[in-house]
Design a protein around this ligand. Structure first.
Ligand SMILES: Nc1ncnc2c1ncn2[C@@H]1O[C@H](COP(=O)(O)OP(=O)(O)OP(=O)(O)O)[C@@H](O)[C@H]1O
Length: 593
């Protein structure tokens, strides 16, 4: 329960909706209890009038008694109807306030979680899988909403109704009340128990459903591999197995649910029998009227709802508490990367790495070892090295996706950890190694980093990234949708759209992380030529595998296992006859073949 305390701030925020809601619950229940009393009076009236009617047997007056009697009964009927109508209006208002509030809180909570997710660092995203993140903001919030709305509403309802009904019963006859109420605790206990089983089974179904959807999602994402390796039959068998487990779990649930309602009916029936029997004895003793028995039967039936609601609400609250615990776990995760300052930031683009060390927290791999280098304003620095040597890690550290373990990274002499994070990142055009394009138009993908961009700017960026011709060849040009519901771009086209996205920002610093790997050498040369004008006056870090891409850089550093093993210009490095020279020779040979 303590986990749900997180939501109290929202109850407070919406208190002027909740308080009327609670009042509506009380009023609606009051009008729910009243008809039982009206019926008792009507019942007694019937009894009295029948005796009176018989008394006037053979007299002219008998017809008049009959008419008055019929008229009064009609009035009682109308009164019961009216009370039910009033109750209905308040029930409507109760839902309009409490359930609506739960929807408002659900909206706020989702926003709170989403906002917090966006603050969290890359290490967090590495630790937790996307499915889990999605579940907490959808499924878990949904369960919490069941607590905020239905559970709160029915809890208040249960308490109010039980108090009113029991009080009314005791005021009529405490002995009869005691007997009539006897099966109710038994009923509640059994319902709680059955509900627990239902919950466990529903939980199992839920888990199995999630396994099933993960399986289906993965197979369809990897459908190309499945087809090429002829694994369709095998996958079908796996699917049938998983589906069967789901079916068995569902059947088990249906069996338990099947006894739920008969059980309630049985115990209510039992209560009614006791009421009629004990009530009969009391009527014989003259302590109550027969109308009271009718009244009691209605009360007993009315108590069925609180008994059922108790079991249901208990499980709703338990589930919501478990879900809120999961939500809180993420909400209380502090982002490792925070902004020390806010506001504006201007830079010359003087980048310096000083004795930088970094180990990935989750794998323990030391990906940067004592790395020191400098990129002066307007310089082009290239980083080359074998796969896994730590090149992308340096780009990630500069982007503050991770913070250094020791050493410093400075911009114009100031530690990047002291800079306003968002303003700092906005000064860098970063083209990551794994291109990610949104399911949106090409124009919007290119203009992604800007709040507003006109088509001219988008086209200019596309030209500089040498992808303009490709785009206008599509029927809808820049308005072509890409991604799941649109066309698929080739690997090289994607890389160039991603480059255009970085260039359109006119950043002071540029980082290209192996972003020409899927581009042929001719296009690569064209892009590099365009970039050399773009990069004028801007500090650029170019990560590459091919020596040909970077040989014109002002300085080249060669990485191996996270450490710089050689650095200098292309000529200097060749003269060294070390790793760079070897790599160059090898690549020349490959090109010749
Ligand atoms: N997010 C991460 N979490 C944990 N370990 C990582 C992460 N990213 C990279 N590594 C590890 O750090 C080392 C350096 O990786 P990095 O991606 O920097 O190499 P790279 O030189 O860019 O490689 P490539 O040329 O193949 O892109 C590798 O051993 C890799 O397994």
């Amino acid at each position: 329960m303590k986990h749900l305390a997180h939501l109290n701030k929202y109850f407070y925020k919406y208190r002027w909706r909740m308080i009327p809601g609670v009042i509506f619950v009380i009023v609606s229940n009051y009008f729910g209890v009243l008809p039982a009393q009206v019926i008792r009076i009507a019942f007694d009236l019937v009894k009295e009038n029948i005796s009176m009617y018989r008394l006037f047997d053979g007299f002219e007056r008998q017809q008049l008694v009959y008419e008055i009697f019929g008229y009064s009964l009609l009035l009682f009927g109308v009164l019961v109807l009216l009370l039910s109508l009033i109750r209905g209006v308040f029930l409507f208002l109760m839902r309009q306030t409490i359930i609506l509030t739960s929807r408002h809180i659900e909206y706020d909570l989702k926003n709170e979680i989403y906002h917090h997710y966006q603050q969290l660092d890359m290490a967090f995203y590495r630790r937790n899988n996307t499915g889990d993140l999605m579940n907490r903001i959808t499924e878990d919030v949904n369960r919490v909403r069941s607590y905020l709305g239905p559970a709160v509403m029915y809890s208040i309802n249960t308490v109010v109704l039980s108090i009113m009904v029991i009080a009314a019963m005791i005021s009529v006859n405490s002995t009869l009340a005691l007997y009539a109420l006897m099966p109710i605790p038994v009923l509640s206990a059994i319902l709680l128990f059955v509900n627990k089983i239902i919950n466990r089974r529903s939980e199992h179904i839920q888990q199995q459903l999630s396994t099933l959807s993960t399986f289906v999602q993965e197979t369809f994402s990897g459908i190309r591999v499945i087809k090429t390796y002829n694994r369709e039959v095998d996958k079908m068998d796996r699917f049938m197995d998983e589906s069967n487990t789901y079916r068995q779990a569902s059947l088990a649930l249906v069996k338990t649910e099947a006894i739920f309602f008969p059980l309630i009916l049985l115990l209510i029936g039992l209560s009614t029998v006791i009421t009629v029997y004990i009530g009969g004895l009391e009527v014989a003793k003259g302590t109550i009227t027969s109308g009271n028995i009718a009244e009691f039967i209605i009360y007993v039936n009315q108590l069925t709802f609180p008994a059922m609601a108790l079991a249901w609400v208990t499980s709703l609250i338990q589930r919501a508490a478990a879900s809120q615990k999961r939500i809180n776990e993420f909400l209380r995760t502090e982002p490792a990367i925070t902004s020390a300052a806010h506001g504006h930031f201007e830079t010359q683009g003087h980048i310096r790495f000083e004795q930088v060390n970094f180990t990935y927290p989750d794998t323990g791999i030391q990906a940067a070892k004592n790395v020191s280098f400098e990129v002066r304003p307007g310089e082009l620095l290239a980083i080359i090295g074998r796969t896994g040597s730590g090149k992308s890690t340096l780009a990630n550290l500069l982007m503050r996706m991770y913070d250094v373990e020791s050493g410093n990274i400075t911009i114009d002499g100031e530690d990047i950890r002291q800079l306003p994070l968002q303003a700092f990142r906005s000064k860098i055009g970063f083209v990551p190694q794994d291109v990610f394009l949104f399911s949106d138009t090409i124009a919007n993908n290119i203009a992604f980093g800007l709040d507003k961009a006109d088509l001219d700017e988008v086209e200019r960026a596309a030209r500089r990234a040498a992808v303009y011709e490709n785009i206008i060849a599509f029927e809808k040009g820049f308005e072509t949708t890409i991604g799941e519901r649109g066309i698929t771009l080739s690997g090289g086209q994607k890389q160039r759209v991603s480059i255009a996205r970085a260039l359109i920002k006119h950043p002071q610093m540029l980082i290209f992380d192996d972003c020409l790997s899927a581009v042929d050498t001719k296009t690569e040369e064209e892009i590099l030529r365009n970039l050399s004008t773009d990069m004028k006056g801007k500090s650029t870090i170019f990560i590459a595998h091919r020596v040909s891409t970077i040989k014109n850089a002002d300085r080249i550093i060669v990485l191996d296992e996270g450490a710089i093993i050689e650095q200098g210009t292309h000529e200097e490095l060749l003269a060294l006859q070390g790793s760079y020279f070897e790599l160059y020779e090898k690549q020349l040979l490959e090109e010749a073949v």
